[in-house]
Design a protein around this ligand. Structure first.
Ligand SMILES: [Zn+2]
Length: 44
């Protein structure tokens, strides 16, 4: 599932598998379908 988070007054969509943030829900959904991360990777 793609999560939603607000930051800087914008809504971001987060891949719950790897933690990547997207400003476009479709991009996040598409990414997550293809995401093969098995553990969260928090790279800042
Ligand atoms: Zn991902």
């Amino acid at each position: 599932m793609v999560g939603e988070t607000e930051r800087d007054g914008m809504t971001w969509y987060e891949c719950e598998q790897c933690g990547l943030l997207f400003d476009n829900r479709d991009d996040a959904l598409h990414h997550e379908e293809n995401c093969d991360a098995e553990e969260p990777a928090y790279i800042q």
